[in-house]
Design a protein around this ligand. Structure first.
Ligand code: PLP
Length: 222
């Protein structure tokens, strides 16, 4: 597994997908999703100059990232997984961006904790574009009102995030998220994973979240 070669490949594909639709690659940030991978696999990317990472569990990120951030102070860590209110304090202290704001109670806790810690972290609203019962995220029709409520609380909402249903064609979900973002008056779109990030770029993604295509398959039996 040559992680640096994978990084090159993913960046090249982002560049090609951007060029194909007349966008600049600089408008797209690659979030390297390092969940289930250890520091020794993350380090080569940092040493090669990559700085943006995504983790979906607060506990796991607390174990791996404080030391990495000490070594690379400009590292930006995104929380991309569901956040329980009892983990808000740790999340606000460790992460630089929260991508999974999906309910008002969480937004209230985040706003209060950020004020306490003197931070105003950029946040995304997670939208459950497929309205899947088991998936977190706000239902699409509530995107506008949750965005407004979050802003009224003082949260810095910069965009929307989605994870399309596994068996759906992703492109219509990406296009839908873009439409919702326009209506909610937010600019950033976090969408696209290893199997579909080039489609997401075509549909306007400004952040793509790629794990497997960089680090290889995750070993859930470990
Ligand atoms: C794991 C995960 C990813 C990355 O998925 P890959 O298919 O490995 O690229 C992206 N977004 C979220 C929210 C994830 O949990």
């Amino acid at each position: 597994m040559d992680i640096l070669k994978n990084l090159q490949t993913v960046n090249d594909r982002i560049k090609q997908a951007a060029a194909a639709c007349g966008r600049s690659e600089q408008d797209i940030t690659l979030t390297a999703v390092s969940k289930m991978h250890e520091a020794e696999e993350i380090l080569p990317l940092l040493q090669a100059g990559h700085r943006v990472f995504g983790e979906n569990r607060v506990q796991e990120a607390m174990r791996k990232f404080p030391a990495l951030k000490e070594q690379f102070p400009d590292l930006k860590l995104h929380l991309i997984g569901p956040l329980q209110t009892n983990k808000v304090k740790e999340a606000v202290s460790l992460f630089d961006v929260i991508e999974s704001v999906d309910r008002i109670e969480l937004a209230e806790k985040l706003a209060a904790e950020m004020q306490k810690q003197g931070k105003n972290l950029p946040c995304f609203i997670q939208v459950n574009t497929g309205e899947e019962p088991q998936k977190s995220g706000i239902v699409p029709r509530e995107t506008f009102s949750l965005t407004k409520q979050c802003r009224d609380l003082g949260l810095n909402i910069i965009g929307l995030m989605c994870i399309p249903p596994v068996n759906d064609e992703p492109a219509p979900h990406f296009a839908f998220l873009k439409k919702l973002a326009r209506e909610a008056n937010v600019k950033e779109l976090s969408m696209g994973m290893s199997d579909d990030y080039d489609f997401a770029v075509q549909q306007g993604a400004t952040f793509v979240r790629v794990g497997t295509a960089l680090f290889g398959e995750r070993n859930y039996s470990k």
